[in-house]
Design a protein around this ligand. Structure first.
Ligand code: BES
Ligand code: MN
Ligand code: ZN
Length: 502
């Protein structure tokens, strides 16, 4: 992971391989850029005049530095107009710059923050430093756990210095960097978990990861195995697990940042470590991607990691239902009826709608904590990709205020959510003729993302509850500050939600 530090040098004293200057959008260079321009013999004015650079988002301009600079190269990156500046705009610009610097094989870079002095009133020092650091660190994620070392490859960009001469004292900049480091590390741990293939990231692997993470972070961790879950009557979760040789696990993490008497927020994650579909087998094309079906679990574990590192003054419990969905000889079959921990019976009409079976028992277990609120995250339906693509997750729940706050957190972090309606017709559509519920809706109902949520609602308890369908956002969304593959979606959204004032 990138090392980030802080300095207070003025523009011409910054010694760096690559000096990054974030630039607000304008028709002509700012006073500070004019100084840079003079030192570079008018290179910036020329770029402005030729419309090659004007501070627009995603624009970059890489120039040679040297005397009178102590920097070898100068990289201008656009952040957009002053009145639209936000932490998300800065993350995007910083991620863009990070990728250019990485492609240019620079080993270290510095960002000069004082080109953004105009934003001093609207952007706190903390937000400025954390968003720039975050965008930079997140953009440089690589998963090369399984690649043999390449001796020819140049070493990676691994040092970032934030530089400000004008923002003093620097304590809030420093806080922002600390915060960003914790967030980057958590998001990267979620992305690692999702990137590992199904033959590594089994339910047992997730449980071991959770145990280790909990030990490091002073969280309590409990893992229930098949025996304990059988005792609790978790027939729905165990039903999914029956076709697999991998042992199931219910992972429970408890973080107390305030009085234990205060009801916790419970986060529940779908941890299907590989989803073949079971007897309702999926087609082979693209099935490999179903290693990401534990993204909800990864986000849950990573969020608890960050909540604890940030020492948030709240209580949070994380619950992960970890199973593998395979079509083995003991697998459940279409038509089978399972009895869930809640006592409700479920007619399984499609073994590929397994996530809701796992979540049913995990949500019931969550009720034991008498939670203040419950949020579940799951790569639950392909239908959400039809509705929102990779651009946002669907939220469906019982508490409008909670959803409003999640939306706000989504806009702030760029991990957007969009509400879908839980109309009662959809709840009727998952009632079974011969059991209490069926795991897929009646034919012709449509709205696959909502009917899945309607099923979950039967197990969600009476406290405020929101379901987040991350099937479209957990994987394959490329942004300036994320790479292809696992996105770690939801960690920053939940952290923002948990920290933002009510
Ligand atoms: N894990 C899948 C959903 C999914 C699809 C995640 C695409 C990521 C990308 C889930 O278990 C599933 O198979 N859902 C079915 C439900 C259907 C059988 C009602 C689906 O969406 O097709
Ligand atoms: Mn499935
Ligand atoms: Zn699934």
């Amino acid at each position: 992971m990138i090392k980030i530090s802080l300095n207070n040098q003025s523009l011409f004293n910054i010694k760096s391989e690559c000096l990054i200057l974030p630039c607000l959008e304008d028709t002509k260079p700012s006073a500070l850029l004019k100084e840079v321009d003079r030192a570079l013999n008018g290179a910036i004015t020329t770029a402005f005049n030729n419309k090659r650079f004007g501070g627009k988002p995603s624009q970059t301009l890489l120039l040679h530095g040297g005397k009178p600079f102590k920097a070898e190269n100068i990289l201008l990156v656009g952040v957009g107009p002053h009145k639209e500046i936000s932490p998300e705009k800065l993350r995007l610009a910083s991620g863009t710059a990070a990728k250019v610097a990485e492609k240019s094989n620079f080993k270290s870079a510095s960002v000069f923050l004082d080109t953004l002095d105009k934003t001093k009133k609207t952007l706190s020092d903390n937000d400025l430093a954390s968003s720039i650091a975050e965008g930079f660190g997140l953009a440089l994620y690589h998963f090369d756990h399984y690649k043999s070392a390449d001796k020819e490859a140049p070493s990676r960009l691994q040092k970032l210095v934030l530089n400000s001469a004008s923002r003093t004292p620097q304590s809030n900049l420093k806080k922002g960097i600390k915060q960003a480091e914790i967030i980057i590390s958590a998001v990267h741990s979620a992305r690692d978990l999702v990137s590992h293939p199904g033959n590594t990231a089994t339910p047992t692997f997730l449980a071991n990861h959770a145990r280790k993470m909990a030990r490091k972070n002073k969280i309590t961790c409990k893992v229930l195995g098949k025996k304990e879950m059988t005792k609790l009557g978790m027939g729905a979760l165990l039903g999914v697990s029956r076709g697999s040789h991998e042992a199931p696990a219910l992972i429970v993490l408890e973080y107390f940042g305030t009085a234990k008497s205060k009801a916790p927020t419970v986060i529940v994650g779908k941890g299907v470590t590989f989803d073949t579909g079971g007897i309702s087998l999926k087609p082979s094309a693209g099935m490999d991607e179903m290693k990401m079906d534990m993204s909800g679990a990864a986000t849950t574990l990573a969020t608890l990691q960050a909540v604890s590192s940030l020492k948030l003054p709240i209580n949070v419990v994380g619950i992960v239902g970890a199973v593998e969905n395979m079509p083995g000889g003991s697998a459940i079959k279409p038509g089978d009826i399972l009895k869930s921990m809640s006592g409700k019976t479920i007619e399984v009409l499609n073994t590929d709608a397994e996530g809701r079976l796992v979540l049913a028992d995990a949500l019931t277990y969550a009720g034991r904590y008498k939670p203040k609120e419950v949020i579940d995250l799951a790569t639950l339906t392909g239908a959400v990709l039809m509705a929102l693509g990779h651009q946002g997750a669907a939220v469906i729940g019982t508490d409008p205020d909670m959803i409003t706050r999640l939306k706000k957190a989504g806009d702030a972090t760029g991990e957007r959510v969009w509400e879908m309606p839980l109309w009662e017709e959809f709840e009727k559509a998952v009632k079974s003729d011969i059991a209490d519920l069926k795991n897929i809706a009646s034919p012709g109902v449509g709205a696959g993302t909502i009917t899945a949520a309607a099923f979950l609602k039967a197990f969600a308890g009476d406290q405020p509850w929101t379901h987040i369908d991350i099937a479209g956002t957990a994987w394959g969304a490329e942004k300036p500050y994320t790479t292809k593959g696992a996105s770690g979606y939801g960690v920053r959204l939940l952290l923002q939600y948990l920290t933002q004032a009510k």
